[in-house]
Design a protein around this ligand. Structure first.
Ligand code: FUB
Length: 463
């Protein structure tokens, strides 16, 4: 064996050893929270950033009926991800009563949209909801549901190069599509098509992308062997078809959820398929986790089969997620602003502003942190306190975490509170002023962060 081959083998051995030692891998891609139905996008105003919008599985429930909200994730390097927390919840949608199932997102005429499905209150039928935000990370404000769509489960929106928006939806072995009107709130009835007969084995979850001027419709389907779902695709010359069935490209796999669902994106010149598994929960079929693998085509434009891999996008030994929660998002993101307000006077904040005016005892900001498992995180707060130090209490899930003096800081700065343990599910973090002391400075809270810390890193911290 010559030297380069030997060295290559050593490198492979070392990588294998790392995986065995720390169980590290890039799939599932988000290990801080249970997510499903990932919808990836690169928005035209920032080609360097990849966004993934997901539905959220409640830890411990292992069913789809209790799904209540959505998350957004972003990255610029496919390794370090930011979870922007809850971006829309059932509580923020007046017309809906349950089933916050699959969704998609769109950038349309300068604004960001979430297109999702929930069951209509009192009727119990799926509707396709539309919510809008002026920022990609939300939070999103519901605008109502799309008129003309009956039983609008699993919506996906595709905006063609000429700016025309199309809606696709599907459920229970059916799939439909139509052109949307300019406000995205209704379909053009004359364009409505039933695509079911063109999509062999279709069950739900359509997604359309364009490659080399061809329209690819990917979808989860059931063969006569039934569950679990496999991912199939069909190709067309026009967004509304007719589509030609091509075949399966993600077959059954070990540790799969009963369902599969996802979409594709081209990021920094590479095509990536996002989908889901039950890997993070150790096989609980309805407690799912998002996955990502490269998607390749042959010379004729056929999608090559994807075998779900532990290595994922292979840019590093594992992905790392930081939960970054903007204080000003308040109720829309699962928290509250009690007797405080959002300001923009001190410059250098992230997001849309910061929370300030803690001038009465118990004035507070509370922020929701959702996680999959009881796990340790590094907890940071970004703040400014220009006029002097400021004394505040922090509660995590009603337990006093710390009474903390935020030292005087003219500009926004991050304080590291060290390692904290979050419980599985919803964690409420509250920052409040317990007593009012006239000598103190006014505190401005920009955001809080929970950074993933892995077991092997904790060992290094301890030693
Ligand atoms: O996530 C809930 C449901 O499971 C989705 O709407 C379906 O596509 C399946 O993934």
């Amino acid at each position: 064996m010559d030297k380069p081959v030997k060295m290559k083998n050593n490198v492979i051995l070392l990588i294998a050893l790392l995986y065995v030692t720390f169980g590290v891998s890039q799939n599932p891609i988000f290990t801080n929270v249970f997510t499903a139905d990932p919808s990836p996008h690169v928005w035209p105003d920032d080609p360097n950033k990849l966004w993934v919008y997901t539905s959220h599985d409640e830890p411990g429930s292992n069913n789809h009926y209790g799904m209540t909200g959505y998350h957004a994730f972003s990255t610029t390097d496919l390794v370090n991800w930011t979870d922007h927390g809850r971006i829309l919840h059932l509580e923020n949608v007046d017309w809906a009563e349950s089933h916050a199932w699959a969704m998609d997102a769109a950038y349309y005429r300068g604004q960001y949209y979430l297109v999702y499905c929930m069951k209509e209150a009192g009727i119990g039928l799926f509707r396709t909801g539309i919510a809008r935000s002026d920022r990609p990370e939300g939070p999103f404000t519901d605008l109502g549901y799309v008129k003309g769509v009956e039983f609008g489960q699993d919506p996906a929106i595709f905006i063609d190069d000429d700016g025309i928006p199309y809606l696709y939806w599907g459920h229970d072995r059916k799939c439909f599509a139509a052109e949307l009107n300019d406000d995205l709130m209704s379909i053009k009835p004359e364009t409505y098509v039933d695509l079911t007969s063109q999509l062999t084995h279709v069950f739900e979850g359509p997604w359309v992308h364009k490659k080399n001027n061809k329209y690819y419709l990917t979808y989860p389907g059931l063969t006569p062997r039934r569950w679990p779902e496999k991912m199939f695709y069909a190709v067309a010359e026009n967004p509304l078809g007719p589509y030609t069935f091509k075949g399966v490209f993600i077959d059954d796999f070990e540790g799969q959820s009963g369902t599969n669902h996802g979409g594709t994106v081209t990021y920094k010149g590479e095509d990536i398929m996002f989908y889901h598994s039950a890997w993070l929960s150790g096989g609980l079929s309805e407690t799912r986790s998002s996955m990502a693998d490269y998607l390749k085509y042959d010379k004729d434009g056929n999608i090559l089969p994807i075998i779900p891999s532990k290595e994922g996008l292979r840019k590093a030994k594992r992905t790392k997620v930081t939960l970054k929660l903007e204080a000003e998002h308040g109720f829309a993101a699962g928290g509250a602003l009690y007797n405080v307000f959002v300001d923009t006077w001190i410059k250098g904040y992230s997001g849309k502003g910061y929370v300030t005016n803690f001038d009465n005892p118990y004035d507070h900001v509370s922020i929701l942190a959702q996680v999959a498992k009881p796990e340790k995180y590094r907890f940071k707060v970004r703040y400014a306190s220009p006029d002097g130090e400021s004394n505040h209490d922090i509660l995590i899930n009603s337990h006093k975490y710390s009474e903390f003096i935020f030292p005087q800081s003219k500009d926004f700065t991050e304080i590291d509170f060290g390692i904290v343990e979050l419980k599985s599910g919803d964690n409420l973090v509250r920052i409040f002023k317990k007593d009012w002391k006239p000598s103190e400075g006014e505190l401005a809270i920009d955001y809080i962060k929970f950074e993933q810390v892995f077991e092997d890193e904790l060992q290094t911290i301890k030693n």
